[in-house]
Write a protein that binds this ligand. Structure first.
Ligand SMILES: Cc1cc2nc3c(=O)[nH]c(=O)nc-3n(C[C@H](O)[C@H](O)[C@H](O)COP(=O)(O)O)c2cc1C
Length: 316
């Protein structure tokens, strides 16, 4: 039995799994290890300038000859320059977050780049399909980092029904049970972020990984709702300070400033008290550091187990 979906054909990968392109977290080492393991590794460009993204792309190329992608944060002041680097370097796949990549579509399509865009509403999925993206990544609010308002379980099938292009489910997926559930909802694959933060090849500070490993079912909170840009993080002193400021003052701009830069503080300095520990609700399921190969193998093995179990279900 082999789980082969249109996503595998679209991206030239063995397994229908994409590693979320996470700012500061998804470096060349992580992306290359995921791609080597048969899924799609993605560099998180975040707010990096084009030259830095170019170096990461070249580093991935020195580590793997398999397909990989770059995630472009469309609100970054450097996003236009990063798109040019992507085209110059002939990167095979781009994933986009925080907006509509419409103005870059002609450039990317002419260069043969596959474009997958993160969406959290049905309307956005339809708009981006019209803009010509190759697939949408339907991201539920269980995920780590910036979130929408709708959970994966209702979001994914609504988007599957609304568009013709492939849909990738993201948010709340830890193992093969999540993958099979996503396929059952009509998705062609999954994107996972939080579990990969604890990959051996992920270069984030060990204390950030430890915080995810000890996390329980209610360990994440959502900060920044008053700014219009809510973010799911592990509960810590920073999160409580922001939540308190939001209740007392509701000063959006100030709170936005609070969280900005705090992700770097968590990733690089390992500040688990005042760093912004972005993580999704599946943090509770992550119990150890594992290599990307072990993670992918585990997701696929448990997917086959889940399918076998379901094969035994009889209508009653
Ligand atoms: C630490 C962290 C940073 C993230 N940064 C980005 C980002 O820069 N761009 C983006 O499109 N998504 C970002 N995400 C979302 C992931 O790409 C992915 O869609 C999400 O983590 C999937 O849900 P999960 O966390 O439940 O696995 C981030 C997620 C995490 C946990």
């Amino acid at each position: 039995m082999r789980i082969n979906t249109v996503l595998c054909d679209l991206l030239g990968i063995q397994y229908p799994i994409i590693q979320g392109g996470m700012a500061w977290v998804a470096t060349a080492e992580l992306a290359a290890a995921v791609s080597e393991a048969g899924a799609l590794g993605v560099i998180g460009a975040g707010n990096l300038p084009p030259e830095a993204v170019q170096r990461e792309i070249q580093r991935v190329r020195s580590l793997t000859s398999k397909p990989f992608g770059v995630n472009v944060f469309l609100l970054s002041p450097f996003s236009a320059g990063v798109m040019e680097v992507i085209v110059d370097e002939r990167v095979p796949v781009v994933t986009t977050g925080a907006g509509n990549p419409g103005k870059y579509m002609a450039l990317l399509k002419a260069a043969g780049v596959k474009v997958l865009s993160v969406v959290s509403t049905v309307n956005m999925a339809k708009r981006l399909e019209r803009a010509g993206v190759d697939a949408v990544i339907a991201e539920g609010m269980e995920c780590g980092g910036h979130i929408g308002q709708i959970a994966s379980m209702p979001l994914v099938p609504q988007i599957v029904d609304a568009v013709e292009i492939p849909v990738v489910a993201a948010g709340g997926i830890y193992d093969g049970r999540g993958l099979v559930a996503a396929l059952a909802l009509g998705a062609s694959g999954v994107q996972m972020g939080t579990r990969f933060v604890c990959a051996t090849e992920c270069t984030v500070h060990r204390d950030y990984k430890k915080a995810i490993i000890v996390a329980r079912d209610r360990s994440t909170v959502v900060i920044g709702r008053t700014t219009g840009h809510p973010v799911r993080v592990l509960d810590n002193k920073l999160a409580r300070q922001v939540l308190q400021a939001e209740t007392q003052r509701g000063s959006g701009a100030e709170i936005e400033g609070f969280a900005e830069g705090a992700l770097k503080c968590a990733v690089v300095d390992g500040d688990t008290e005042y760093g912004c520990l972005m993580a999704g609700q599946v943090a509770a399921m992550v119990t150890r550091e594992e290599s990307c190969q072990q993670i992918i193998d585990h997701v696929m093995a448990t997917a086959y187990e889940a399918l076998e179990r379901l094969g035994g279900v009889t209508a009653g």
